[in-house]
Design a binder for this molecule. Structure first.
Ligand code: SAM
Length: 220
């Protein structure tokens, strides 16, 4: 990697308000494919991941809107934002009064973007650059999982991890715009939001994105 991830994020994004959640500002990009190419060049890795961190995704936007409407979900509580990307959900939870928030992502650029975005919003977010899905549940009261059902393998690992967290008494919120691998039979819908994503990769820039809880495993 030639420059630092932080310098790369700053060079390829612009700090601006998030549509529908204007009180949050993120370092966002305009074009995913040209940025993806820049990531591949920067990392010398043709298989580098898409720059998810440079956009606000439908699932994260829905969670952010839900926490703005229902701050009591996180107020005074410890929040773990799985697949944090830009850090959007972690930042939204701190704005809603969370006691602390951790954003976890496997992507070094996401870790840098989350740190930059937290700072730009005057919020303290702990950044964990690690795959936590083989770990036990995090030390948290609430897990937020925004837009992480787009890949079969990932989805197959996330659900059991969330279930284990639920067994430990951790509240789980899933935000999603109807991705292919969303485990609908394991979810209870809490709210729907009309969101405007910031990536041109989506077929529609306006999406209905939903916030869900996990079903209660004790009720048949
Ligand atoms: C579509 S983005 C969603 C970002 C953010 N939650 C939002 O809604 O805007 C999905 C994120 O999941 C991250 N991711 C993929 N596999 C992961 C894993 N095993 N652990 C943590 N993050 C992961 C990706 O790097 C990416 O940043």
């Amino acid at each position: 990697m030639a420059a630092s991830p932080r310098a790369f994020v700053l060079r390829h994004t612009r700090l601006r308000p998030v549509p529908g959640l204007e009180e949050v500002r993120l370092h966002l990009a305009d074009e995913a494919l040209s940025l993806w190419h820049a990531v591949q060049v920067e990392t010398a890795d043709p298989d580098a991941a898409l720059p998810y961190w440079a956009f606000a995704w439908g699932g994260g936007l829905a969670i952010g809107r839900h926490l703005r409407e229902h701050p009591e979900i996180v107020a005074g509580r410890r929040v773990f934002d799985f697949a944090t990307g830009s850090g959007l959900c972690a930042i939204a939870s701190m704005r809603a009064g969370a006691a602390e928030a951790t954003g976890a992502d496997i992507d070094a650029f996401a870790a840098a973007a989350t740190a930059l975005n937290a700072r730009a919003n005057g919020q303290r977010v702990t950044v964990l650059r690690r795959d936590v899905l083989d770990d036990g549940p995090p030390d948290a009261d609430v897990i937020l999982a925004g837009d992480c059902w787009y890949d079969a393998r990932l989805a197959g690992r996330v659900l059991p991890w969330l279930r284990r967290a639920q067994e430990r008494g951790i509240d789980v919120l899933v935000g999603d715009p109807g991705r292919r691998y969303l485990p609908v039979s394991d979810l209870v819908e809490l709210a729907t939001y009309d969101v405007r994503t910031t990536t041109e990769l989506e077929d529609l820039d306006r999406q209905a994105a939903r916030v869900h809880a996990l079903t209660d495993p004790t009720s048949a």
